[in-house]
Design a protein around this ligand. Structure first.
Ligand code: DP6
Length: 323
């Protein structure tokens, strides 16, 4: 019997966002989403069978905090309840990027964990099922299973499919990490609040469905101007829904707004960069591969930006070792 498995996965940034749950029991998204996986945002996770009744979780070299440990243990319970696994596990995970910075670590984290668990499971699990299982840990993790450009529909129990391999994508992203206090309301809680109280929630869901259809066409044509325009409009629509949530979800800082205004000027100057923002203050730019260096330099020079780094598209999650 295999005793330990290591897996690698990459976080992804959505061009059409997932914000809101259709069904929270099995974490089904209310909005369809499309993302790009990023090489620079890598997680490696080792899962080992252990004696005794309790699971152990180490994150970036230290024991995980209570919230993270409870979330991961609940996720292992799910696999045990589905009779895919038995016994207790030790989970050791490391990110190539600062976890505390509020970058998309739950996407790569749960994708790497699910991939390692699948290799230890009692029966074979195919990629579609693996993506569904990753989604149960975190919705965005479903998209890190296929990698590249991935689409996650908003069905009953959806799985993500890859719509373009990383090496076929002529674009990359620049991640601008903004100096900001740690976000107060995480995505899971924020989505629940928006659904309950944002007067714009239903309009947001309709907008996301429309953007998803338009985005799939624009991606097939590799039409960057169109892809970029939908990306920005979709992120702003999600943030409008967040802002209208009661009490309000304000994830932006002054630097976020500054970057959003700057990217328009960079476009006037001939660059082809487009901004998107998740549930935090950081800004991520989509641009042609050959413009990544210049965009990173420009973004890094903006006051309040802690660092700005480029990233090429990444492949899907995979097992990297076992014993
Ligand atoms: C704004 O996948 O973190 O980044 O399913 O509750 O774990 P849970 O949420 P999560 O939400 C991601 C929200 C987002 C948009 C996106 O990545 O699509």
């Amino acid at each position: 019997m295999i005793q330990a498995v290591s897996a690698r996965a990459y976080a992804n940034i959505a061009l059409v966002k997932y914000w809101g749950k259709r069904e929270s029991q099995i974490n089904s998204p209310a909005t369809p989403s499309i993302s790009l996986a990023l090489e620079a945002l890598r997680t490696e996770t080792r899962v080992e069978r252990v004696e005794g009744g309790s699971d152990h979780v180490m994150l970036d070299g230290s024991p995980a905090d209570d919230r993270t440990r409870t979330r991961i243990s609940a996720y292992l319970d799910l696999w045990r309840e589905l009779d895919l696994l038995e016994g207790a596990f030790s989970v050791t995970s490391a990110n190539s990027f600062p976890t505390a910075a509020g970058l998309a670590s739950s996407a790569s984290g749960f994708a790497a964990l699910a991939t390692a668990l699948a290799a230890l499971a009692k029966r074979k699990i195919n990629r579609r099922e693996l993506s569904r299982l990753a989604r149960r840990g975190s919705g965005s993790a479903a998209r890190s299973i296929p990698g590249g450009f991935a689409a996650l529909p908003a069905g009953e129990d959806p799985s993500a499919i890859r719509i373009c391999k990383p090496e076929q994508i002529p674009w990359g992203m620049v991640v601008a990490v903004v100096d900001a206090p740690l976000k107060e309301i995480g995505s899971t809680e924020g989505m629940t609040r928006s659904k309950l109280s944002s007067p714009y929630f239903n309009a947001w869901v309709r907008t996301a469905r429309h953007d998803y259809r338009k985005m799939r066409k624009a991606l097939c044509a590799f039409d960057l101007d169109q892809v970029g325009a939908i990306t920005e409009a979709n992120a702003f629509a999600m943030h409008a829904c967040m802002l209208a949530t009661r009490p309000s979800l304000v994830y932006w800082s002054r630097t976020t707004l500054d970057l959003v205004q700057k990217v328009r000027l960079w476009r006037v100057d001939g660059l082809h960069a487009y901004a998107t923002i998740d549930a935090g203050a950081h800004v991520v730019f989509l641009c042609p591969r050959e413009e990544m260096g210049e965009v990173a330099e420009l973004a890094g020079a903006v006051e309040g930006v802690r660092m700005a780094f480029p990233s090429l598209p990444a492949p899907g999650a995979r097992v990297i070792g076992w014993s």
